[in-house]
Design a binder for this molecule. Structure first.
Ligand code: GYE
Length: 326
C-alpha cells in the first residue's frame, strides 16, 4: 500500500470516528462513551394547570427515555430563561429545549447556542426570529387555529341573535405566542359580524389570581357583558369566582369560552359554568425526547410539528372528565 493511500484511509477512519461521536450513537440516549444524553430545558413557569401537566410530561418522558434533564423554571421572566440557556451552554449540554415566555428578543442567546454547536428545539411556544437556523424544530400547538375555533363557536352560538354581543377578553401573557395568536385567530373568526364587540381586553397573565382580578375590574367598568373569552382555563376559572361573587351566574348570565381543556375546567363545564373549551395538548414530553434523540443522531427532523387537538362542549367534557389525564 502506498503512503498516500494509507494516509487517505487513516483520514477517512478519523472522519468516521468524529462523525460517530458527533451523532451521539444513533437512536439510543447513551452517547456511546457511557454517559447519558443531557438536555437543558427552560420552562416558562408554573402559571397554570396546563403548565404543570406539561412539566410533568417532559420530566417523565425524559426519565423513560434515559435522558438526563436539567430543568429550570423561569417564573414567567425572559431574563431568567436567557440566564438558564447561557448556563446550559456553559455546561455543554447536548440539546437545549425551551418554551419561550414571549416571542421576541431571542436572537442573541440563540446565536450563542448555535456558535457552541448546541441544537435548540422550541417546545410549546414560538419565537419571532427571522433567522431559521437558530433552532432546529418547533413542537407545539397552532394557537391561531385555537383562537379561530373559539370564535367560530361564538358565531354559531349567536347565529340567531342580531343585537350586539359584548365580549370581554382575558389575554394571556403580553407578548407571548399563545396570547398574540389566540387573540388574532378569534378576531379573524368574528370579524365578519359587527355585532360582536370586544368591549374590554386585558392581560391576566395566564393565572387564576390575575384572571379573577381583571374580571372584577371588567364587571365594575362594563354595564353589559354577554361573553367572556379567556385565553386559558386558569384565567376563566379565576373569572368564574369573580362573576359568582358579583352575584351572577357564569355560563348563563355571562357565557364563557376558553382554551386548554384541563380537568378543573371540565369540572366547571359539567356544572354549566363554561360553555365551550378549545383543547391545547400539554403532553409534549414523548415527542420532545424523540426529537432530541433524532437531532443528536444527525437525522433530519421536521421544522414544525403541530399537536393534534379537539374542542369540547359541556356534554363532551362531562363524558371525558373521568379519564382526563391533566
Ligand atoms: O395555554 C396556558 C399556559 O403556552 C400553550 O401557557 C401554553 C399556554 C397555555 O400558561 O395555560
Amino acid at each position: 500500500m502506498s503512503k498516500r493511500v494509507a494516509a487517505v484511509l487513516v483520514t477517512g477512519a478519523m472522519v468516521a470516528v468524529l462523525t460517530a461521536c458527533g451523532s451521539g450513537g444513533g437512536g439510543s440516549a447513551d452517547k456511546g462513551s457511557g454517559h447519558k444524553l443531557v438536555v437543558g430545558f427552560s420552562q416558562v413557569g408554573a402559571e397554570s394547570g396546563w403548565r404543570t401537566a406539561n412539566t410533568k410530561s417532559v420530566q417523565e418522558s425524559a426519565k423513560k427515555a434515559g435522558i438526563e434533564l436539567k430543568f429550570s423554571d423561569a417564573q414567567q421572566k425572559q431574563e431568567n430563561q436567557i440566564k438558564a440557556i447561557r448556563s446550559f451552554i456553559q455546561q455543554k449540554v447536548d440539546v437545549i429545549a425551551f418554551s419561550p415566555v414571549v416571542e421576541s428578543g431571542w436572537d442573541t442567546v440563540l446565536k450563542e447556542a448555535k456558535d457552541a454547536h448546541i441544537p435548540v428545539i422550541l417546545t410549546d411556544r414560538a419565537v419571532d426570529s427571522k433567522d431559521e437556523s437558530l433552532y432546529v424544530s418547533f413542537l407545539g400547538s397552532d394557537f391561531v387555529e385555537e383562537g379561530k375555533k373559539a370564535g367560530e363557536w361564538l358565531v354559531k352560538e349567536y347565529a340567531a341573535n342580531s343585537g350586539d354581543v359584548n365580549i370581554v377578553q382575558l389575554e394571556g401573557t403580553t407578548g407571548s405566542a399563545p396570547a398574540n395568536d389566540r387573540k388574532s385567530g378569534f378576531a379573524d373568526a368574528t370579524k365578519g359580524e359587527p355585532k360582536f364587540k370586544v368591549v374590554a381586553s386585558q392581560t391576566g397573565d395566564f393565572t387564576r389570581a390575575k384572571g379573577k382580578e381583571v374580571m372584577q375590574a371588567f364587571l365594575k367598568s362594563q354595564s353589559k357583558i354577554d361573553v367572556l373569552y379567556a385565553h386559558n382555563d386558569d384565567m376563566a376559572l379565576g373569572a368564574i369566582q369573580a362573576i359568582e361573587e358579583a352575584g351572577k351566574k357564569p355560563g348563563t348570565d355571562i357565557k364563557i369560552v376558553s382554551v386548554d381543556g384541563v380537568k378543573d375546567a371540565f369540572t366547571a363545564m359539567s356544572q354549566g359554568k363554561i360553555n365551550y373549551d378549545v383543547e391545547c395538548n400539554p403532553l409534549l414530553g414523548d415527542q420532545l425526547m424523540d426529537l432530541v434523540k433524532k437531532v443528536k443522531a444527525g437525522e433530519q427532523v421536521p421544522r414544525r410539528i403541530k399537536t393534534e387537538e379537539g374542542t369540547f362542549t359541556p356534554e363532551q367534557a362531562t363524558a371525558a372528565l373521568p379519564n382526563r389525564q391533566y
